[in-house]
Design a protein around this ligand. Structure first.
Ligand code: HMG
Length: 438
């Protein structure tokens, strides 16, 4: 295909599939059959999924797993995790089980402030703009009353609006920087609706402000949009125990384990190459719960990594210390999540995941997500500083290698028996299957 297809979006689903199959596949019938194989047999559910996005041709599966035994603030929970990578759910489960007998996880929401900005240009006297803003500030609140009434009834709404002078960064650039409390919703629609009204109010009021010259009245709004950087929407998760309590079969010397663990975290704090992989491990847990509960993992990822760079250098999101004979490991991350709105009441598996978590508030969900991230990080660091990551990861990855080779039940049985006593590696499994097949 070497020219644009105008009107593709207007085709029916069937027509889109047929066109894709005929254009890109050597065996179009097979491509069509595969796409249709992944349709849901319940037409109502399929329609729901078709309408989540645009130009839907089929469904793309990601497994939904569960990690049980999470003792969080004294209460047990089972955490749903949607993720494609082997060993993540096992690792979270293992960390949950480990900490369940050592006091469990403590999780605290530190703040829940969301942010949105109207970016605009103004050419003129800054002191007049400041006076103008001070005089019309209350109008931003009154003009948005129709949008904010329900949110206010739930205890949320617009917290504050500031005028920010950004002319040191770009000529004539100013912002309305607004903060919000959106209670149990992630708040994107609410915030963006408020911001667009602020922008209209700003332009309208500027036209009527007597002290402005004609040039100054001509405020240009560039855009109005929420920020996914939410450094004041923070949750903390922590585990802690006396060092000697860390001892178990695979941790015969808890003191040297704790010391090495703290060193590993320190390296992630000071070395960006390591910090990125370290934080990737945390995001294994975070994203899996964020996706299972129907939240926006791109927004979370972008915000979390910006937070990891807040000092000017990308750094670890988690920290560890040994103090007075206690080992403590914690993380603080920004999470703007919702348990109402968006996909939460639409996607049947999201509803199920939220029910599994006993229909949490947004603050409770922040705690689950942060705990899953910390558990994941603990499991990875524990492996990295003891056996190495490959042993456990490859043990869990074994099924994928067997599937790649279309192993029979008998071959699977023999491979699993053999690798109970040998470290799993891709080449080791391949060689063993080949030896069985000779
Ligand atoms: P193990 O000691 O061989 O497991 O650990 P086990 O068979 O003794 O079982 C102990 C517990 O682990 C189980 O308890 C489960 O909780 C869990 P039980 O249920 O028996 O009462 N568990 C499982 N849960 C579900 N399904 C399973 C399963 N097996 C064990 N099949 C394990 C094996 C993989 C858990 C361990 O080696 C581990 O935690 N490894 C770390 C794996 C990891 O971090 N994976 C993430 C992918 S690697 C990565 O992307 C991030 C990284 O680069 C980040 C970084 O660098 O920091 C590493």
């Amino acid at each position: 295909m070497n020219q644009p297809f105008s009107g593709f979006s207007k085709l029916s689903k069937e027509e889109k599939i047929n066109w894709i199959a005929a254009t890109y596949f050597t065996t179009p019938e097979e491509a069509v059959a595969l796409l249709k194989k992944y349709w849901n047999s319940d037409a109502k559910i399929q329609k729901l999924h078709d309408e989540f996005i645009e130009n839907t041709i089929t469904n793309f599966y990601i497994p939904l797993g569960v990690a049980p035994n999470f003792l969080i603030n004294g209460k047990y929970s089972t955490i749903p995790m949607a993720i494609e990578e082997s060993s993540v759910v096992a690792a979270a489960s293992k960390a949950a089980k480990f900490w369940s007998t050592r006091g469990g996880f403590k999780a605290t929401v530190i703040d829940t402030e969301k942010i949105g900005q109207v970016h605009f240009t103004y050419k003129g006297d800054v002191s007049k703009l400041e006076l103008f803003f001070a005089q019309i500030k209350s109008t931003f609140f009154t003009d948005t009353e129709n949008i904010t009434t329900n949110m206010q009834k739930r205890g949320g709404g617009i917290l504050d609006i500031e005028l920010r002078d950004k002319t040191n960064l770009m000529e004539n650039y100013f912002q309305l920087h607004a903060t919000f409390d959106t209670k149990d919703s992630m708040g994107a629609n609410f915030i963006n609706s408020c911001l667009e009204q602020f922008a209209n109010t700003l332009k309208r009021e500027a036209q009527q402000f007597d002290l402005f010259s004609e040039t100054e009245k001509n405020i240009q709004v560039v855009m109005s949009i929420l920020s996914n950087y939410v450094p004041n929407c923070i949750v903390r998760a922590e585990v802690s125990c006396p060092i000697e309590d860390l001892e178990e079969k695979h941790i015969p010397n808890p003191i040297s384990f704790a010391e090495r663990f703290v060193q590993a975290v320190k390296i992630a704090e000071i070395e960006p190459y390591r910090a990125v992989t370290h934080n990737k491990g945390i995001m294994n847990g975070v994203d899996a719960v964020v996706i299972a509960t129907g939240n926006d993992f791109r927004a979370v990822e972008a915000g979390v990594h910006a937070y990891a760079s807040k000092s000017g250098q990308y750094s670890s999101l988690s920290h560890a210390k040994i103090e007075n004979g206690f080992f403590t490991f914690w993380l603080e991350i920004p999470l703007a999540l919702g348990t109402v709105g968006g996909l939460t009441s639409l996607h049947p598996l999201v509803k199920l995941s939220l029910e599994m978590l006993e229909n949490p508030s947004a603050e409770e969900l922040m705690q689950f997500v942060a705990v899953a991230g910390l558990a994941q990080n603990f499991a990875a660091l524990r492996s990295l500083t003891t056996s190495g990551i490959q042993e456990g990861h490859m043990k869990m990855h074994l099924n994928n290698i067997l599937n790649q080779f279309d192993a029979t039940e008998e071959e699977r049985h023999q491979v699993k028996n053999h690798f109970k006593h040998h470290v799993v590696s891709h080449s080791g499994v391949v060689n063993f299957i080949e030896s069985l097949r000779q």
